[in-house]
Design a protein around this ligand. Structure first.
Ligand SMILES: *Cc1c(COP(=O)(O)O)cnc(C)c1O
Length: 406
């Protein structure tokens, strides 16, 4: 499948006030009107191209939004102050009290906690299902279901959602498919596969410098205007607005996203293949052994590879902790949550990012104690990284010399 997203992004030109090669940063919370009538119309949502108040929109946020819409191939996009700011606003916009959500059970811990705990306040219930079984997704849909929710590549188990099949199912039932595409920007284009709403935590790959949190909702003009509605828009009223200065810096970082994604994928593929050969239990969508390998091959834009995330199960939490500490000491990366940084980041999801999920449910979904999630960095010489990682594993007896003979 040919993906034009990079070309569309590259062709987007914004100039600064004095012809600068970057757009000027909007440095105001409020905007003047020449006529009182225009101000009234803007409040009523009738005036295109007028800025009212920065919680509603700002030029810098609109520039970044348009770039993200070009990335995902949607009509438009609203940027938010965090990924959770995007997710919570979309859910609150689509659901009334007593409504129902069908969601993948392997999703970001914060999203899981929001659905399972926070939405109780509104008696909104979520059925958590195995997203790779489309028939069980359909079975969970009721007359009160307002959306099917999933991640293209799930956190932290890297399950692949068949977005083509799920969007067909959603259309059949007249509900939107909402996809969190944080793990796979450029490599998967959910809107082209039929998703109506695409969300990102910009905090991760898209910004790529681990210096801020931000999010986005990419969708139709109707839905995005609805989110911004001054009378009942969840984006406008819950108030998770991105600061204009940050929007400007994220836009500049986005300009190198295609190069970074290719390198993250190339490095992760190399490590996954080699550690699998060494006899370790590796989960990576680019491996033939991955249960979703054929699905992602069918859905993806091949030039960007299978992404930068992989997991290795090293048998026990003790092993995982010792290995992560040793790898950090050897400067292979940082023991830290999050992803998409130039440096490799690793964490044990059971005790960190997925700790919101009760232990017995973690077991059911295959989230074991010894699992380490890696966000592979932009290392120039990945073979050298592999050799040093292997030394760490020998030192801790995670790999034995028998495996090294392979
Ligand atoms: C990090 C993350 C989020 C939450 O984003 P924030 O920017 O931290 O609010 C949501 N979904 C996924 C898949 C994530 O990795």
């Amino acid at each position: 499948m040919k993906n034009k997203a990079s070309d569309n992004l590259q062709d987007l030109q914004y100039f600064g006030e004095y012809g600068g090669v970057n757009p000027s940063i909007s440095d105001s919370s409020t905007y003047t009107f020449l006529s009182a009538k225009t101000m009234f119309d803007t409040f009523e949502g009738n005036t295109e191209g007028c800025y009212l108040y920065t919680r509603h929109s700002s030029p810098s946020n609109l520039y970044l939004g348009e770039a993200l819409a070009a990335l995902e191939g949607t009509e438009t996009a609203n940027v938010t102050a965090s990924g959770m700011g995007a997710i919570s606003a979309v859910i609150m916009q689509l659901c009334d009290s007593d409504d129902h959500i069908v969601s993948s059970r392997t999703i970001y811990g914060g999203t899981y906690a929001f659905m399972k705990n926070f939405l109780k306040k509104f008696n909104i219930k979520t059925s958590f299902v195995d997203i790779t079984k489309v028939e069980s997704v359909e079975k969970a849909i009721t007359s009160k279901t307002k959306m099917i929710y999933c991640e293209s590549v799930s956190n932290p188990l890297l399950e692949i959602a068949d977005l083509e099949a799920l969007s067909k199912l959603a259309k059949k039932h007249g509900i939107p498919l909402v996809v969190d595409n944080t793990f796979s920007p450029l490599s998967i284009s959910p809107a082209k596969l039929g998703a109506e709403i695409v969300i990102h935590s910009l905090t991760k790959f898209i910004n790529g410098t681990s210096d801020c949190v931000a999010g986005v909702v990419c969708s139709t003009t109707d839905f995005c205007l609805g989110l911004k509605d001054v009378n009942n828009g969840a984006g406008m009223l819950l108030g998770s607005t991105l600061d204009s200065l940050r929007a400007a810096s994220i836009l500049k970082n986005m300009r190198t996203l295609h190069i970074r994604m290719k390198k993250h994928s190339e490095n992760a593929q190399y490590l996954a293949q080699n550690f699998e050969k060494d006899g370790l239990r590796v989960v990576y969508p680019g491996l033939k052994s991955h249960p979703g390998h054929e699905t992602i091959k069918r859905l993806m834009n091949h030039e960007y590879g299978y992404g930068g995330l992989l997991t290795i199960d090293v048998g026990s939490l003790e092993n995982a902790n010792a290995l992560m500490e040793l790898m950090q000491k050897k400067k292979l990366g940082y023991l830290a949550v999050s992803l998409g940084f130039y440096k490799t980041l690793f964490s044990a999801p059971g005790t960190s990012t997925s700790s919101e999920i009760p232990l017995e449910e973690q077991e059911e979904m295959g989230l074991t104690d010894g699992l380490i999630r890696f966000s592979i960095g932009l290392d120039n010489d990945i073979h050298r990284t592999y050799e040093i990682m292997k030394e760490c594993m020998f030192e801790l007896n995670i790999l034995n010399s028998k495996a090294s003979a392979l």
